[in-house]
Write a protein that binds this ligand. Sequence first.
Ligand SMILES: *Cc1c(COP(=O)(O)O)cnc(C)c1O
Length: 225
Amino acid sequence: MDHNPAVIADNLRRVQDRIAAAAARAGRDPAAVTLVAVSKTNPVAAVEAALAAGQLHFGENRVQEAQTKFPGLRAGHPAMRLHIIGGLQTNKARDAVRLGDVIETLDRPRLAEAIAEAIVREARAPQLLVQVNIGDEAQKSGVSRADADGFIDDCKGRFAAALAGLMCIPPADADPAPHFAWLADRAAKHSLPIVSMGMSGDFEIAIAQGATHVRVGSAIFGARG
Ligand SMILES: *Cc1c(COP(=O)(O)O)cnc(C)c1O
């Protein structure tokens, strides 16, 4: 991994250019696509380099790692936004609500309960996205396609406007486009504004299918060890 600030700034510019080009090809406004820089496993210096280059949204998949990296950056960067993008144990819900501005991995009723309780205790309400296990893969977290509509309705009832969208990670070995299309369609049907999909290998395809947020790690920070 290369944490040279100039390399990170350069990579960010390149990814932003690719986002703009993909949006233009799809006839979409590039400003309607938010880049979430996935900084997991990278040191706080890498996050600082990205912040210095103007990047504001970051994604972490482990609450504990986010806890060591992000609270110290808040004061100097009030516009920074942290997205929790990893599968959440219910006993981590309170930390996630305290730390995160967006929790992208709401995927089951027990976790919804734990997050609701944490929102009351912390007096803080992050935006919430329902993660759909779009390929119905045994090893992946997320609500199944079949249960998605019911769970989304339950979460809307519980969280109202804090329930802001949907997130998915498509199967690695298949064409992601139909999966992305399904998620965007679901979000539209439920009038949810955020569609988080697309990573380093497929974010342009996701933008063509309607992603509002792409989560890009290695194309910015280099391959993870
Ligand atoms: C690691 C991760 C990403 C970023 O993956 P890259 O391939 O490095 O861009 C995006 N989303 C989630 C949920 C991740 O865990």
